[in-house]
Design a protein around this ligand. Structure first.
Ligand code: MV4
Length: 603
């Protein structure tokens, strides 16, 4: 086993990986951006290195800085978590070439599966059903209409480098083909630097079923069962569960074996997920995610296996010590992403301070998080505060226990998605497992969401920043300080005897005495989008412009969507708070923007 592992990530997944290291007797190294000096993963690690001198949101993507920290720390392996560099085959190869072990699949397998038509061809050759369509990029309108002639409309045009819904265009009739073909190519170029597209028959109401697999370097491949991730909003998973209610034992066995055949053919090692669309009892390969996923937890709960520990063991060359038949699926588990989002306002990200953070507990409840009360939320990174994972003997018991756990979960100071989860637990389609991937986007009424938020929403969401009212005279003068020496972090405790409490200004009573970085404190801005100087719309976070939805000279009204900003895999509608005439558009599709950048000027 390794001696020391660097985790090239932040937040709950970094802590999740470090917990596995701890149990394996492996020392842990964190990297952090300036915005994250006091973040949970930094607090958890044995040592931590600053890699974020410039643009905070980009720090975790700075390959050279990560490798330099690993060398300084004397780490022998790098775990990428999910997001950031996790599916970057080139980085994986750089890690290996720099003499570290990559805790993930072979870089060549990552590359082979990252190209979608390549993955489709590979799966088809391995006898894994794929959605009918092309297994090579298309270069003409005729190739697209040919697919439609064979299988009928609608068809989907997808970007070769795509995934997560970006670069996906649905075509309902022949006269739309040319326009959507061009749009898909343009989007592929803008988001993935690759204008190649391919075509599939479009399934209208599929379930999203994904199979967890684990493979070692000795030729052993296992599947750890499936997860149902059909409850999604605009391609963002909201609730995930295992097992899926729509598979019977026979289909489960078939889809599990197909996933194993597919990754085996790709020479895959480590953990991974094979995504399928399932419709009318048939399953079709969609894509492979070559990383640990957010929702791996529900599989761990029903199998009793620690997937992250197995990632580390397999990467260290150990052999899987259980047979496929040894894996039992026990009970039912659901994961609820606890996002800082106002579901009633189109799920816009909420920012503020965790005035109260009191997670659920008790039997069947697991919390994966990296925050504590007093932390500032929002702005720099994605909006996930924590994951609540509930397990019970069967789905019905799991639903009941989830209601209990979500009612217990107390977050004050900013709005969260908890009211929406509680609504789903009372929802007939969800509780009967009738929901498909279309359900959230098309069939949940806005009034029901608004009602849920007013019934169960957080208080104090609009009063963030009044921490002064709550600060009291500290009884002890012992305080923790963080010292950074040559880019390495040390915790220091200072005690001053017989002196009054040190006045630390903005620090609130519950924050444990640790100051927070000013750029991460959302205490003067509880809205996701701000209008500064009364006539500009600015970016509230660093990201990429997916689309510009207004034109110069256009009259727009308060609440109109100005553009769509992608940050950390989230698509965010940027809305204007006041109406006016668009006089200047400062960004275009595909542009990178920083927090505070002006997007559009109004008059
Ligand atoms: C599809 C599809 C139906 N038919 N492909 C969305 C994410 C991207 N990875 C692929 N996606 C889809 N591809 C065919 N041929 C429906 C979707 C889809 C979807 C898939 C999984 C979960 C949620 C979804 C929501 C909308 C569309």
């Amino acid at each position: 086993m390794f001696r020391k592992v660097l985790v090239a990530n932040r937040g709950e997944i970094a802590v999740r990986v470090m917990r596995a290291c701890e149990e394996l007797g492996v020392r842990t190294v964190a990297v952090y951006s300036d915005a994250d000096k006091h973040a949970g993963h930094v607090r958890y690690a044995d040592e931590a290195y600053n890699i974020g001198p410039a643009r905070a949101a980009d720090s975790y993507l700075d390959q050279a800085a990560v490798l330099e920290a690993a060398a300084k720390a004397g780490a022998d392996a790098i775990h990428p978590g999910y997001g950031f560099l996790a599916e970057n085959a080139e980085f994986a190869q750089n890690v290996v070439d720099s003499g570290f072990v990559w805790v993930g699949p072979d870089p060549d397998a990552m590359e082979a599966l990252g190209e979608k038509t390549n993955a489709r061809a590979l799966m088809q050759d391995a006898d894994v059903p794929v959605v009918p369509g092309t297994t090579a990029p298309v270069s003409s309108v005729e190739e697209i209409t040919a697919v439609a002639d064979d299988y009928g409309y609608p068809v989907a045009i997808k970007a070769e480098g795509g995934g997560g819904g970006r670069g996906l265009k649905v075509v309902h009739s022949e006269d739309e083909v040319e326009k959507q073909f061009e749009t898909a190519q343009r989007e592929g170029e803008a988001y993935f630097d690759n204008s190649s597209v391919y075509v599939e028959k479009y399934l209208e109401a599929p379930h999203h079923i994904e199979v967890q697999i684990l493979a070692d370097e000795h030729g052993n491949v296992r599947h750890l069962g499936e997860r149902d991730c059909s409850l999604q909003r605009r391609h963002q998973k909201v609730i995930e569960e295992a097992p899926s209610s729509i598979l019977d034992a026979e289909l489960r066995e078939k889809i599990g074996e197909a996933a194993k055949r597919g990754v085996d053919a790709a020479g895959y090692t480590n953990a991974g997920t094979v995504e399928f669309l399932v419709e009318d009892g048939e399953f079709y390969f969609m894509e492979v995610n070559t990383r640990i996923q957010v929702e791996h937890t529900v599989t761990e709960e029903i199998t009793g296996l620690d997937i992250v520990k197995w990632q580390l063991r397999v990467a260290a060359g150990e052999e899987i010590d259980f047979a496929q038949d040894d894996i039992a699926f026990d009970g039912h588990a659901m994961e609820f992403r606890i996002n800082a989002e106002n579901a009633a306002a189109d799920f816009e990200p909420a920012t503020g301070t965790l005035e109260t953070y009191d997670p659920a507990g008790g039997i069947g409840v697991r919390i994966d998080d990296a925050v504590r009360q007093g932390d500032a939320i929002g702005g720099d990174y994605d909006s996930m505060i924590a994951k609540l994972i509930v397990s019970a003997s069967d789905r019905e018991a799991c639903l009941t226990r989830s209601e209990r756990a979500l009612a217990e979960f107390d977050i004050e100071g900013l709005q969260t998605i908890i009211p929406f989860h509680r609504l789903m637990l009372t929802d007939k389609a969800f509780s009967n497992s009738e929901h498909t991937t279309k359900y959230l986007d098309e069939a949940v009424a806005q009034e029901r969401i608004e009602e849920a938020v007013s019934q169960w929403g957080s208080s104090g969401a609009d009063e963030a920043g009044d921490a002064d009212d709550e600060s009291e005279e500290a009884e002890t003068t012992e305080r923790e300080f963080t010292v950074e020496v040559n880019g390495k972090r040390f915790a220091v405790t200072l005690e001053e005897h017989g002196a009054p409490a040190i006045d630390v200004g903005a620090i609130d009573a519950d924050s444990g005495g640790m100051d927070r970085p000013p750029q991460a404190a959302g205490d003067d801005e509880s809205e996701a989008v701000s209008v500064e100087g009364g006539d500009t719309v600015t970016a509230e976070m660093q990201g990429t412009i997916l689309s510009v939805d207004v034109e110069e000279g256009e009259e727009i009204a308060a609440g109109d969507v100005v553009c769509v900003l992608e940050a950390m895999k989230m698509e965010n509608d940027v809305v204007t708070e006041r109406g006016g005439t668009v006089t200047d558009i400062r960004v275009a599709e595909g542009d990178s923007v920083d927090m505070g950048d002006v997007l559009v000027v109004l008059e």
